[in-house]
Design a protein around this ligand. Structure first.
Ligand code: OAD
Length: 245
């Protein structure tokens, strides 16, 4: 990695009143969680997002989709937050109110590392919710177990609480992320290909508002061109020293 860029970004972080961090699947890679778009190892190299991450895909093959999310839940139960997640959590604890953490990840690893008020733009894989608007009889804790579980009263099906393609992001979280992107002095974009909007737009928002943007990624990303500095490294190897006092 270019040491000058690292020093520059570290100075920005130290001088910033407010820092926004946008994370993607890459920050969890060193915990053993596959990313989506990395060649060969990424989920989308094995299954199609149309099949596994759309409402139509779920309606067409509910068992297949449910079982895939169950497989991912089981995988996540066996991994731990890494030094990248931990560095962000420690920084937030040492500098309350200076850091807004925005993530596209649904894996809960930021929260398990100790980060609070994480703006999870794409939901939470461990959450269950109803496919159809719930009726009186729909009680998640009483759902009949199955692949997927369903309501005994009306057969409504349970689906994972993640945001699928074509669905809206949780509006309050997106608004809060947008505000943080506008007001921050520095945005760190960590471990995302920058291919999915509106999350990727946040980096553009910061740049347009006059803030600094730094990308941390071992490989080229779609947001490199928006960044004032690109740090070629991994989250777990760079974030601890970047965020240390
Ligand atoms: P991607 O899989 O698209 O991108 C992961 C990025 O992480 C790539 O740019 C890698 O180069 C980078 N990377 C890999 N290892 C890394 C490491 N150790 N440290 C830092 N970076 C590393 O994942 P996202 O950009 O998060 O949406 O994808 C965005 C959304 O697309 C996801 O939230 C998911 C997916 O479809 C939904 O499921 C709704």
């Amino acid at each position: 990695m270019d040491g000058t860029s690292f020093d520059t970004v570290k100075t920005w972080v130290q001088q910033a009143h407010h820092i926004a961090v946008l994370t993607g699947a890459g920050i969890s890679a060193e915990s053993g969680v596959p990313t989506f778009r990395d060649a060969q190892t990424g989920y989308w190299a094995q299954v199609s997002p149309e099949d596994m991450a759309t409402e139509a895909g779920f309606r067409a093959h509910p068992q297949r989709v449910w079982d895939w999310y169950q497989y991912r839940r089981d995988l996540l139960a066996g991994v731990l937050p890494n030094a990248g997640h931990q560095a962000l959590a420690v920084f937030q604890q040492q500098h309350p109110d200076r850091l807004t953490l925005i993530t596209q990840n649904v894996d809960g690893l930021h929260q398990r590392a100790g980060s609070s008020a994480v703006l999870c733009l794409h939901g939470d894989i461990f959450e269950d919710r109803w496919l159809e608007p719930p009726r009186e009889c729909c009680r998640i804790d009483h759902a009949v177990p199955g692949h997927p579980p369903h309501c005994a009263g009306c057969c409504n099906r349970v689906r994972p609480g993640v945001v699928w393609f074509g669905e809206s992001l949780p509006s309050a979280k997106l608004d809060a992320a947008q505000c943080a992107a506008e007001r921050c002095d520095v945005m760190l974009v960590v471990g995302t290909a920058g291919a999915v909007y509106p999350a990727a737009r946040l980096a553009h928002v910061t740049r347009a508002a006059g803030g600094r943007v730094a990308v941390l990624n071992p490989s080229p990303s779609a947001l490199d061109g928006v960044a004032h500095r690109v740090l070629r490294g991994t989250a777990a190897s760079v974030l601890p020293s970047l965020l240390a006092d």
